[in-house]
Design a protein. Structure first.
Length: 416
């Protein structure tokens, strides 16, 4: 059959049947990202709920694949026994959604009696649903194996009809409550941007779960009234479920991975920003920090900061304070804001001190030219000073203003 002869819904189903492993892989990736935190903080109910939810979601998408359904039926020798297995896993997933809600609502470390009662209620209710699913399957007569359309094929069969409605209701209730909680949480103020994006993806994923339930319910109800809308169940619902799983997995991954990558980027950016000042201090000291190939970005940043401060500390004791004040006034006169003007003035003074060095790195030279507070402040603002060194044109202009004929060391000094 060519692509031209496929309806859009049939094409989506064939695509999903061929790539059913994609949502499974994405869910497994989300579980792998969360697993270290889950193991390390196992007593945290929220992390346990997230781990259980992702694990059950992976199991659902593995067991719902047509090849796995056929294998399960063949190994057990019972036609369609994969149905109560998949329904049970999906129901357990729904219970995990509600446990996740309870953990979110309760907050970190919550141990209230109401919370414990709610957890017991969820576990009892969804355990009872799973038991009922297997009892109904045992009572139903389902001799014909159906790999893709079991819900609609047996929609009017006694006991199997009740089983289908039961699992759909359990799924719909849990998803609806979870969606409303996530939507309300995403609208609160003060959320981290990565968390807000994660909640947005989670909300979209659970909204698609509601679309899945609507498609299934509509197709089953159509069978009850003698109509045929099986395509909603067999062609539309599976791709929607797959996309929903991908969005939910991304929602769980994004806050963790985004914050981690953002932190790494900030560390690398800080390391790069210190390069001009590091190179200047290396010209004073004669050598730089040793290269360690396996050093983490954080360790490389700490070593660079330590090296800069170690070399800069004796150097700042011979800074020309009059020059620094004049450079600050000149930078302000050129239109720089106070913070940038202060950094540019410090850079000009440091360059002047480097150019006029005569003693060894440890020599205090002229001694303290300013108070310990100024020294501490300068050592704390090495990032700003290094950024100022990246603008030699600005520093040249400041130097030219300071060295101009109008400069007088006796005039009132600007406040830095």
């Amino acid at each position: 059959m060519g692509l031209q002869s496929l309806t859009p819904s049939a094409f989506l189903t064939d695509f999903y049947t061929s790539f059913w492993w994609v949502p499974t892989l994405v869910l497994a990736s989300a579980l792998a990202v969360k697993l270290p935190s889950i193991v390390r903080l196992w007593r945290d109910p929220l992390l346990r709920a997230v781990g259980g939810l992702l694990l059950l979601a992976c199991a659902v998408f593995v067991c719902v694949a047509p090849p796995v359904i056929a294998w399960t039926n063949r190994v057990t020798g019972v036609p369609n026994i994969a149905a109560p297995l998949v329904y049970s896993l999906l129901t357990a997933y729904c219970g995990s959604c509600l446990l996740l809600i309870i953990a979110w609502r309760d907050g970190p470390g919550g141990r209230s009696a109401t919370t414990r009662l709610a957890r017991r209620w969820v576990l009892s209710a969804y355990t009872a649903v799973i038991v009922a699913l297997w009892l109904l399957f045992a009572l139903a007569d389902v001799p014909v194996e159906r790999l893709r359309d079991l819900d609609t094929y047996y929609a009017t069969t006694p006991f199997m009809r009740e089983e289908i409605v039961l699992y759909l209701l359990a799924h719909c209730v849990a998803v609806l409550i979870t969606f409303r909680l996530i939507r309300n949480w995403a609208r609160t103020d003060g959320l981290d941007a990565w968390l807000r994006w994660g909640l947005t993806f989670l909300g979209a994923g659970y909204a698609l779960n509601l679309v899945f339930d609507a498609a299934k319910f509509t197709a089953v109800a159509a069978r009850w009234t003698g109509h045929d809308l099986d395509r909603l169940s067999t062609d539309a619902a599976p791709p929607v479920a797959g996309l929903s799983a991908v969005l939910i997995a991304v929602g769980f991954i994004l806050p963790h991975a985004g914050q981690y990558l953002h932190g790494r980027w900030q560390v690398r950016l800080a390391h790069r920003e210190l390069r001009p000042l590091y190179l200047l201090m290396r010209s004073v000291h004669g050598s730089g920090t040793p290269v360690v190939l396996r050093a983490s970005p954080e360790l490389r940043l700490i070593r660079r900061e330590t090296f800069i401060r170690d070399v800069l500390l004796p150097l700042v004791r011979r800074l020309d304070e009059d020059l620094r004040r004049g450079a600050y006034d000149a930078a302000r006169g050129l239109g720089l804001p106070p913070d940038r003007a202060r950094a540019a003035a410090a850079a000009v003074a440091i360059l002047h001190a480097v150019d006029g060095r005569t003693g060894p790195p440890g020599d205090d030279g002229a001694g303290d030219a300013h108070g310990d507070g100024d020294t501490t402040r300068l050592l704390r603002e090495i990032g700003a000073v290094s950024r100022a060194l990246r603008r030699p044109d600005v520093l040249a202009a400041v130097r030219a203003e300071v060295a101009g004929p109008t400069r007088s060391l006796d005039r009132p000094k600007g406040t830095m």
